[in-house]
Design a protein around this ligand. Structure first.
Ligand SMILES: Cc1cc2nc3c(=O)[nH]c(=O)nc-3n(C[C@H](O)[C@H](O)[C@H](O)COP(=O)(O)OP(=O)(O)OC[C@H]3O[C@@H](n4cnc5c(N)ncnc54)[C@H](O)[C@@H]3O)c2cc1C
Length: 350
């Protein structure tokens, strides 16, 4: 269980006696269950599940995109971004392939266009796998010239694909911590790094993974964005473990609205994220019913986000995968209902 304080409806930490009262109230509403109290009953009562309509603090939001393929995909991309920009996320991030040159430039071009078309605050991802050590500072300088102030620094995966054995390039940084150190020297960027509530699949063990995470903070990272994790309790336990390990940088849970369950399941098996049985059950048989699957996906992501906010996280990172709908629905449930519409045609003309 998380050690986080449980916010009451007024946002004040709940005193134990208030919790007892809430327990009592809940028992009144569940009279039939009082005779057979499940063993984790206390545990579940100690959690806070925010009701719809209950005032929650508005979290800061970042939205992750990936560079579009060329051709018509590019205009679709920018019109989806225009829709996302309407809920004014605090910033966007753009991933970068670990494969080198062309992928690094695709990220750069996307960031450059997002800034010139929409004036958005955008953080590029930079991966150690894609660059020689002496290519890092010039790339960072080019980003600084675009007005970029944030970077997400990652090791990257094997060029052969996620889940394949990783071998660092001889002329590059071996781990993300080394890349962070290189970037921090410029002193121009707020640097975020990745972290793993379910432990990175290549880590020796959970303790070693936390030690390596601490090294990234020592090297200059000021924020930790999590891999998506559908088990919210695990994210809370991960936060506790980070605190216990003396890691004080803010943790930003990464939340994945599920666009295609089969695809997410496949990717999860490669990147070490688990698919809980309850989640598989929710999507079972919906392969040919995309509209229904979208409704389910919205509820899953919304519930997770609202609970994370109720548990005290003040920032969330949404893996939008270049599609606006689900992310926009989640943003609404997080209180972002005022739209600042951006006309994609005008944005394209800018
Ligand atoms: C928010 C987020 C965004 C991402 N964006 C991208 C992206 O744009 N492009 C992309 O290619 N990938 C991306 N990834 C995936 C990421 O590149 C992979 O998860 C990669 O396998 C690990 O990257 P890292 O930066 O966490 O690596 P690291 O922090 O270097 O850790 C990698 C592994 O090495 C271990 N380790 C670290 N230091 C040491 C050491 N000194 N000695 C021994 N072991 C060590 C760690 O425990 C871990 O198991 C992203 C991941 C996240 C969470």
């Amino acid at each position: 269980m998380s050690h986080a304080a449980i916010p009451s409806r007024q946002g004040v930490e709940a005193e134990p006696d208030v919790r007892i009262l809430e327990t009592f109230e809940l028992e009144q509403r569940m009279p039939h269950q009082n005779s057979a109290v499940p063993s984790d009953y206390e545990h579940r009562l100690a959690r806070h599940f925010p009701q719809l309509g209950e005032a929650l603090p508005q979290p800061k939001l970042s939205v992750e995109l990936f560079p579009p393929r060329s051709g018509p995909a590019t205009e679709t991309f920018f019109s989806e971004v225009a829709r996302l920009a309407a809920v004014a996320p605090d910033y966007f991030t753009v991933t970068s392939g670990a494969g080198g040159g062309a992928q690094v430039e695709a990220t750069f071009d996307t960031v450059s266009e997002l800034r010139s078309r929409f004036g958005l605050d955008v953080a590029p991802h930079i991966t150690a796998a894609a660059l020689a050590r002496d290519e890092v500072a010039p790339l960072a300088e080019r980003y600084a010239e675009l007005g970029v102030t944030r970077i997400v620094a990652l090791r990257g995966d094997s060029a052969e694909g996620v889940g394949k054995a990783y071998r660092p390039r001889e002329d590059g940084y071996a781990y993300a911590a080394d890349l962070v150190r290189g970037l921090a020297k410029a002193g121009k960027f707020e640097i975020s790094v990745g972290c793993y509530p379910e432990v990175h699949p290549e880590a020796e063990n959970a303790e070693a993974d936390l030690r390596h995470l601490a090294a990234k903070v020592d090297a200059g990272a000021s924020q930790l964005i999590t891999q998506y994790c559908f088990d919210t309790d695990r994210i809370l336990r991960f936060r506790d473990a980070c605190h216990a390990a003396g890691i004080r940088a803010p943790i930003v849970p990464g939340v994945m609205p599920i666009h295609q369950f089969a695809q997410v399941k496949r990717f999860s098996s490669m990147c070490g994220a688990s698919i809980p049985a309850w989640l598989a059950d929710l999507f079972q048989g919906l392969e040919e019913q995309p509209e229904l699957a979208k409704m389910v996906a919205t509820t899953v992501a919304t519930e997770q986000c609202r609970r994370l906010v109720a548990e005290g996280f003040d920032s969330l990172h949404l893996y939008a995968l270049n599609r606006a709908d689900l992310t926009l629905a989640v943003c609404r449930f997080l209180g972002r209902c005022n739209l600042h519409l951006v006309d994609p045609a005008m944005a394209a003309a800018a």
